[in-house]
Design a protein around this ligand. Structure first.
Ligand code: NAP
Length: 265
């Protein structure tokens, strides 16, 4: 039986995964701001949009778990307007990059105690195609567009995986980048308005269920890849030689995130 920690496990794909793992008898904790966890699952309540909130969550995880076998990074939130966190960061970047970076760094010891540690990041895996990271204005203070924020967050989460082995050359962690593609998890409520309602209708018709998307993540946990880094979109492997996985860019991101997390302490 494994110990699993799932951020974003209070809703959508993460919740379906948590329920499945708990049914199988694993020990599961979900992280979210909500007050309620699925039955049989522990709740670690916290806000991952700030460095302090992420540190508090990591502290709670290590106080409860000596060993973390599976860490699933699924917390995310779409906003049409620019939202700035208490750390002064654009909030999609904070959730997709800063928090994921800080959580993995802080939980690394607990992960390394596992016989087969796996980190699964639900991320962009080189999509959506778009402007990517705006290095000179990470908080997107100029000319904010929601698509730009989504693109930046997705690309940053991908780069965290791309740079992990350079950052931690001796780690046993298998880092899995995975984009579940279009999943019916209620994104319409986040988009809001007529567009949001239309999106929910389209999702009900064409998107995969959260249980189906959770099944796919479950496979990575039940049978971890041999390679240290893998990337896939739905069931399709993504070539890691693509420029979006550039290791120099990944190293640059790690340096930026070191600075952000150090100055926010
Ligand atoms: N659904 C899709 O079609 C799709 C496609 C590609 C990629 N993805 C990615 O896959 C992941 C899961 O997607 P989903 O659609 O299943 O998500 P979802 O249903 O929208 O759920 C988002 C989760 O993130 C948590 N969360 C949001 N803000 C948080 C914060 N500040 N602190 C802590 N937790 C926070 C929420 O918990 P609380 O509300 O309790 O805080 C919730 O559990 C996301 O990262 C998403 O970007 C999804």
């Amino acid at each position: 039986m494994a110990n699993a920690v799932i951020t974003g496990g209070t809703n959508g794909i993460g919740r379906s995964l948590a329920e499945r793992l708990a049914r199988e008898g694993h020990r599961v904790a979900v992280v979210g701001r909500s007050a309620v966890a699925p039955a049989g699952v522990e709740l670690i309540r916290g806000d991952l949009s700030t460095v302090a909130g992420t540190a508090a969550v990591a502290g709670e995880v290590v106080s409860r778990f000596d060993v973390v076998d599976h860490l699933v990074l699924g917390a995310g939130r779409f906003t049409r307007r620019r939202v700035v966190t208490a750390d002064g960061l654009e909030h999609m970047f904070a959730l997709s990059a800063v928090s994921r970076f800080a959580l993995v760094e802080r939980l690394l010891l607990a992960l390394e105690r596992s016989a087969a540690p796996v980190v699964v990041s639900l991320c962009g895996v080189a999509g959506p195609r778009g402007p990517g990271i705006r290095w000179d204005d990470l908080s997107l203070s100029r000319g904010f567009r929601a698509f730009r924020a989504v693109s930046q967050g997705a690309r940053a989460a991908d780069l965290l995986g791309a740079g992990f082995a350079d950052r931690h050359p001796d780690s046993a962690v298998r880092y899995v980048l995975h984009n579940p593609m279009f999943v019916d998890s209620g994104l319409g409520a986040q988009v809001g308005g007529v567009r949001g309602r239309a999106l929910d209708v389209v999702a009900r018709l064409f998107a995969r269920s959260t249980a189906d998307a959770a099944d796919q993540v479950h496979r990575f946990l039940a049978d971890p890849p041999a390679e240290r880094l893998t990337a896939s979109r739905a069931g399709t492997p993504i070539d890691l030689a693509r420029p979006e996985f550039d290791r120099a860019a990944a190293a640059r991101l790690y340096t930026v995130l070191d600075d952000i997390t150090a100055s926010a302490r």
